[in-house]
Design a protein around this ligand. Structure first.
Ligand code: GLP
Length: 244
């Protein structure tokens, strides 16, 4: 779906999410959202906050699982995805704190494997992800599933690509301060989501969007695995679609 600009696209996606949340409310069910960080979903979160404040959209039945977190990372750090999610969305809506799940960047190394297993089990216990929001990295990563990630990869600690670290280094004031590793939901759990919406804006994403959508599936471009997903939408602005 190609929109004139990212603001209109974000509004359309926010309305889809509103509808899903409200449909679930009518059935007295929870709505399980898989959420992403990065610049791409910021407009979507801003619109969801507006829908909460101005149109009474409640998040009381929402359970959210974030895709990833840098490791190591303190929750209170200005760079943490915990902080990002609080600032962009959670602090401004009525989601229950106990329904928010974000990979824990403060674990000891030897605790990570068990944590990742439990993170996936928690998703299973609530019936799986109803809707997964994704961005796309310049190299085609989804979450922090970098090039080389397998389609059946699980939630795990990963090494970040040099290109990903360079992209992040602006926020970390230099490459030497940029984390080398992260915890990410695996490709297999992303593929298990009932519905996937990938957001991409701007000319800089146009080449990788074209690769993910139009070229063969390859683990060099993990977003290309989405070609096998039963219900996936790529939401693009004009610039991001310019190579299709
Ligand atoms: C980071 C995140 C991804 C995100 C990607 C793209 O690497 N871990 O989940 O999709 O960046 O970020 P942006 O939306 O800022 O382009």
């Amino acid at each position: 779906h190609v929109f004139d600009n990212s603001a209109n696209a974000s509004k359309a996606v926010a309305h889809e999410i509103k509808k899903l949340i409200e449909d679930k409310q009518k059935e007295n069910k929870s709505c399980v959202l898989g959420l992403a960080t990065g610049s791409s979903p910021k407009g979507l979160y801003a619109e969801l906050v507006r829908l909460h404040k101005e149109e009474g959209l409640s998040f009381k039945n929402v359970i959210s699982f974030n895709l990833d977190e840098y490791y190591p990372m303190k929750a209170a750090s200005i760079h943490s995805y915990v902080r990002f999610m609080n600032e962009q969305l959670f602090d401004h809506v009525d989601i229950l704190k106990e329904n928010i799940y974000i990979p824990d960047g403060t674990l000891e190394k030897n605790e990570i494997a068990a944590f990742c297993k439990e993170y996936e089990a928690a998703i299973e216990r609530v019936g799986g992800i109803d809707l997964q929001v994704l961005g796309i990295g310049g190299n085609g990563h989804i979450g922090f599933n970098e090039s080389g990630s397998l389609q059946n990869s699980r939630t795990r600690l990963v090494a970040l690509d040099h290109s990903t670290r360079i992209a992040a280094s602006k926020e970390f004031e230099g490459l030497k301060n940029t984390p080398r590793t992260a915890i990410t939901l695996g490709v297999s759990k992303i593929m298990d989501a009932k519905r996937v919406i990938l957001l991409a804006w701007g000319e800089s994403k146009s080449a990788i969007v074209a690769k993910a959508v139009e070229e063969g599936m390859t683990n060099l471009v993990p977003a290309s695995f989405l070609q096998e997903h039963q219900q996936v939408d790529f939401i693009l602005d004009k610039e991001a679609s310019s190579n299709l």
